[in-house]
Design a protein around this ligand. Structure first.
Ligand SMILES: *Cc1c(COP(=O)(O)O)cnc(C)c1O
Length: 408
């Protein structure tokens, strides 16, 4: 090219750095446009698999690498990345459902999952039913020929009861005279570490069909990234999801993917540390008279503890760093609010999985169709335990409880 214009020379610069740059983290590639060497290559480029690159939305080396690592984490074979955990939920629903279909959502599901069904899905002629996840027969009895999808969550949002996931998946498999319905697990709590969603019983014969994950939580670990994944072990199902993913124009930014790649190597260490601290605090709460109930699936008296043990292992099994308490009914909502306000290290906020501990009062009555019989009456508060020193967190809870009693 014969030009002496500096702009042109800088934009079309001939230099390429040497290959084989080996370093701890993979390279970060950014693109909307991807170049093709010839028109023929452009016309024949296959975007549906990962053999090449077509356009930024369809993947870059950075997102391919992240997808493969997430497949390994969850035991899947194919992965799609989306801009949030909630986008992973909506992608599944939008891809698999059409007018006249029916879906099941557990009453303890992440609330926006139900909200999507109540408004958008309903508007498009897709009906939904709420089932009691602690009573698999409730699901078995009501699954019908219009049922396409059953959502699963373990442990449940806010109340952390642990369902019999294996039994629920078996019911999905056997539904409609063995034709089955698609089982979709929201695996954010287990994070791919507490149990294997694609190998629930240890001999790979029992598996969910789809696992979605709010990477926003533990995989990010910083409280500063929003991302979600949709993982499968079935090529046809993945392709169906991928086509909808493409038509909806869902994608993630390279900088966010980079943060995830940076955080994944220490995911197990962090998850284990959150878990240990949460159990210490949950056990301490058991000894406090202010609480009518402490909800954490590893506590022997917590609802669904036996199912957690069976799926995740006994005391050595893993759990996320979340637990909830139900205050004795003698404490009013305003006293419980005062307790939450009095905490210093636990910040008031949604989400979880970052280094800073969080507290969130929960309005269970409005979030659930029915008040679960296994949850005591009283004001419910959920804690997400961060990575602070556990003695400091315990002291913070103690001083805030003191304040709460004083405000009586
Ligand atoms: C946070 C969360 C989501 C949604 O993730 P976002 O990235 O915040 O949209 C979905 N499911 C569960 C269980 C969650 O905790």
């Amino acid at each position: 090219m014969s030009t002496s214009d500096k702009s042109t020379l800088i934009i079309h610069h001939p230099y390429t750095p040497p290959e084989d740059f080996l370093a701890p983290q993979p390279g970060i590639y950014k693109a909307s446009t991807v170049f093709f060497p010839t028109v023929a290559a452009m016309r024949s480029r296959e975007w549906k698999d990962k053999t090449a690159y077509t356009y930024g939305l369809h993947g870059t080396p950075t997102t391919y690498v992240l997808e493969e690592r997430l497949c390994t984490l969850e035991g899947g074979l194919q992965c799609l990345l989306v801009p949030s955990g909630l986008a992973a939920i909506s992608l599944v629903d939008l891809s698999l459902l059409t007018h006249g279909d029916d879906i099941f959502i557990p009453d303890n599901a992440y609330s926006p999952n139900k909200a999507l069904a109540e408004v958008e899905l309903k508007g498009w002629g897709v009906t939904h039913q709420v089932y009691d996840p602690m009573n698999p027969e409730d699901l078995a009895r009501r699954i019908g020929p219009r049922t396409r999808v059953v959502w699963l969550e373990a442990a449940g949002s806010m109340t952390l009861e642990f369902p019999d996931v294996c039994e629920l998946v078996r019911i999905c498999r056997q539904a409609n005279n063995g034709r089955g319905v698609v089982s979709v697990l929201d695996n954010t709590w287990g994070a791919g570490l507490a149990f294997n969603p694609f190998d629930l019983n240890g001999d790979t014969s029992l598996s969910v069909d789809i696992s979605i994950h709010a990477l926003t939580k533990y995989p990010s670990g910083g409280g500063d990234v929003l991302m979600g994944s949709v993982i499968t072990r079935n090529h046809a199902l993945h392709t169906r999801l991928k086509l909808t993913h493409m038509r909806l124009g869902l994608g993630v930014g390279a900088n966010d993917a980079e943060l995830l790649l940076r955080s994944l190597p220490n995911l197990t260490l962090r998850y284990t540390a959150h878990d240990r601290a949460a159990r210490t605090l949950a056990n301490w709460c058991l000894g406090r008279s202010e609480f009518a109930q402490v909800l954490h699936p590893a506590l022997p008296n917590s609802p669904g503890h036996a199912h957690w043990s069976a799926l995740c292992g006994t005391e050595l099994g893993r759990a996320a760093g979340l637990f909830s308490v139900v205050f004795d009914p003698c404490y009013s909502q305003s006293q419980v609010d005062a307790f939450c306000n009095a905490l210093h290290l636990f910040k008031l906020g949604y989400s979880w999985g970052g280094p800073i501990s969080l507290v969130s009062p929960c309005d269970l009555a409005s979030a659930r169709q029915t008040w679960p019989t296994h949850v005591a009456a009283g004001c419910l508060v959920r804690f997400s335990v961060g990575l602070e020193q556990v003695e400091d967190l315990q002291a913070d809870l103690a001083q805030a409880l003191d304040q709460c009693i004083k405000s009586a």
